[in-house]
Design a protein around this ligand. Structure first.
Ligand code: FAD
Length: 630
């Protein structure tokens, strides 16, 4: 017999990264009783690890910047597959969300004249990333948490309880969403320390669970990122969009093996760092694709001049969007021009004085000294691609964050949602994304609650079923070890659904994932419910598998190369495929189903922001003809 602690809320936010906290603040400001649930300790989320900054066209460092330029860069970075409305809202609202953070107490680095400082990043035409050294995410989380504490203090003054309107449940994992017909009715989960179950009864749930990177061995993601929100959405009848697009960040550590995959921030290149191969050649000049040719320097001299005179020179190719740089590094290593540990060299030591490096990149200096015994003020780093970010995610209404599919009352924001970044995210666009769409999701979740004539009900049968599924790995006396299964899954995804993909390998991956699904259904864990990480992983595996299957299926279906999806057997970008979103759902038998849906057509005034010659690189002849004469 198991007991389940019960809680009643209006809005439950699953995830305490930037998206979750911003959503929770908004729901609470709208007067809703709000719970924030976090799988890890409160304050430990990917958001806190974000280094470079948050992209917002404030125009502080170059006054030519504005939302239209940011929108254009985002669409270019995503190779025009972005949901244009999300990219528009994001570009328009990001500056306000950054300024708002300062009203919550954030303190960004400053320009000489006292404005919020902004730095260069790949794919952004002007310096655009508001930052705090290379620890921007820490300031973001600190500030949002501080805002929550201040709201709790207001609540205490009024009700005598800090938790009366907003409460944080940390080290608590949600394993199931519960429905009443087609409406969200609650969420079921467990405390990680005691293993005890909890039930949240709530008519609205905001998913803000972040990414999926732990399905890959070489990843910048930490242990929590097992695609839980993606899987919860699927199992409750929502849909996922474009799951084939995964961002392999070009610069992860490659040495020593124990830290392989840990991120080396793009700020290193933004601040002047260059990539060289074993022949000491700055190879990125050989990899500028036609679509970007006009915007990137052709010589080292021009590239170097850009850092001090960006108005009269073109950008260095090291600052191409991440997918381009990751593929280039991959090709250099494959051609035998890699570094001893199988990466390439990233050098800032010959580009900036030591004291500048320590001031601008303190975390990187510390990280390499501590983990690899490398002093980046004196020697180059060795770097290579690492699985970093998922562009695909829950298909949402761009304005409200409401999930598409057959379920009502479900919202998603931040990395778990899809569409905003198209086929490739620009660095810095995630921190601003989660502020813009976190706020919107919180606001609309609260508004949705107000529309309900009565609260949906959770049934005892559903709670008992969720408990049974959660306990199954502990009840089984014989079965497979979850750690072995995770390693096998990571091998399938890394080897067959990695940075470069091929039809035969993807088909093979799907077969292997199917076999793994059967094995995961038989996973067994020793020990009890207290502090049992093997049990936690056994439950996460179910999510990782279903999400990996969506990725592999969509990767096989999309016969082109675009952004974070490279098919060796279909190397070109296809204008026809640009019109297609791949939408993943679960059928009644729990099998992954993939469907093609048209990409929404961009409004004419947004299309007008691009030259016709640029649109011709992405759009079909039919679409271009439809635009009429220039
Ligand atoms: P997260 O911050 O990832 O938070 C997810 C939350 O969900 C966590 O609290 C987690 O515990 C919780 N959770 C997950 N599953 C469950 C569950 N089942 N039950 C309960 N809780 C759950 N982006 C930028 O824009 N600029 C940068 O400079 C930058 N640098 C980065 C550096 C690193 C090392 C990494 C890994 C990412 C970086 N990114 C950067 C990307 C960016 O940090 C993330 O995409 C973003 O923070 C995601 O925010 P989020 O709120 O969606 O989710």
């Amino acid at each position: 017999m198991t007991t389940t602690e019960r809680h009643l809320y209006d809005v439950v936010v699953i995830g305490a990264g930037g998206a979750g906290l911003r959503a929770a603040i908004e729901a609470r400001l709208a007067g809703k009783k709000t719970a924030i649930i976090s799988k890890s300790l409160f304050g430990k989320a990917h958001t806190v690890m974000a280094e470079g900054g948050a992209a917002a066209a404030m125009g502080n460092v170059n006054s030519r910047d504005n939302w239209m330029v940011h929108f254009r860069d985002t669409m270019r970075g995503g190779k025009f597959l972005n949901n244009f409305r999300m990219a528009e809202l994001h570009a328009k609202e990001a500056p306000e969300r950054i300024w708002e953070l300062e009203t919550y107490g954030a303190l960004f680095d400053r320009t000489k004249d006292g404005k919020i400082s902004q730095r260069n990043f790949g794919g952004h035409e002007y310096p655009r990333l508001a930052h705090v050294g290379d620890r921007t995410g820490l300031e973001l989380i600190r500030t949002l948490q501080q805002k929550i504490v201040s709201l709790q203090q207001e609540d205490y003054a009024e009700t005598g309880s800090y938790d009366s309107r907003i409460r944080v449940f940390q080290e608590t994992t949600i394993t199931e969403l519960l429905l009443d017909g087609d409406r969200v009715a609650g969420a079921f989960g467990y405390y990680r320390d005691s293993g005890e179950f909890l039930l949240f009864e709530a008519p609205a749930v905001v998913l803000a669970t972040g990414g999926v990177g732990r399905s890959y061995k070489v990843t910048s993601n930490s242990w929590e990122y097992t695609g839980d929100g993606h899987a919860l959405a699927l199992r409750s009848g929502a849909t996922l969009i474009n799951m084939e697009f995964l961002q392999f960040h070009p610069t992860g550590m490659v040495w020593p093996p124990s830290v392989k995959g840990i991120l080396v921030t793009e700020s290193v290149r933004g601040d002047g760092g260059v990539l060289r191969n074993s022949e000491q050649k700055r190879f990125m000049f050989d990899y500028v694709p036609d679509v970007f040719r006009k915007q990137y320097a052709e010589t080292e001299e021009e590239a170097d001049r850009w850092y001090t005179d960006p108005d009269n020179n073109r950008r260095p190719p090291e600052l191409l969007p991440r997918d381009e740089v990751a593929r280039a590094i991959n090709s250099e290593v494959k051609a035998g021009r890699g570094s001893p540990a199988g990466g390439v060299f990233l050098d800032v030591s010959t580009r900036l004085p030591a004291e500048q490096i320590i001031k601008r990149l303190p975390s990187m200096h510390h990280q390499f000294k501590e983990l690899a015994d490398v002093d980046i003020t004196k020697e180059p780093m060795e770097v290579g691609p690492t699985c970093h970010y998922v562009m695909g995610g829950v298909e949402v209404d761009p304005d409200t964050g409401a999930a598409f599919g057959s379920v009502l009352g479900l919202f998603a924001a931040g990395e778990v949602s899809g569409g905003m970044h198209g086929s490739n995210r620009l660095g810095g666009n995630s921190l601003s994304d989660l502020l813009v769409f976190g706020k919107r999701a919180g606001e609309h979740a609260a508004a949705y609650v107000d529309t309900l004539p009565k609260r949906p009900k959770v049934t005892r049968i559903d709670v008992a079923a969720a408990a049974e599924v959660a306990l199954a790995p502990l009840v089984r006396t014989e079965g497979e070890n979850p750690y072995t299964l995770q390693q096998d899954l990571q091998a399938v995804m890394g080897d067959l659904v990695g940075i470069i993909r091929r039809e035969g390998e993807l088909s093979d991956a799907l077969k292997k994932l199917h076999e793994l699904r059967l094995r995961v259904a038989n996973v067994a864990v020793g020990g009890g419910r207290r502090y049992n990480p093997g049990w936690h992983l056994a439950l996460d595996l179910r999510n990782m598998l279903i999400v990996s299957e969506c990725t592999a299926k969509a990767a096989l279906e999309r016969e082109e190369s675009r952004g974070g999806h490279t098919r060796e057997d279909h190397p070109a970008m296809s204008p026809e495929w640009r019109r297609v979103n791949l939408v993943c759902s679960l059928d009644e038998a729990g099998e992954v189903h993939l469907e093609r849906k048209p990409v929404p057509t961009m409004r004419p005034e947004l299309l007008d922001l691009f030259d016709r010659s640029e649109l011709a690189k992405y759009l079909t002849t039919e679409e271009l003809t439809g635009l009429g004469e220039e």
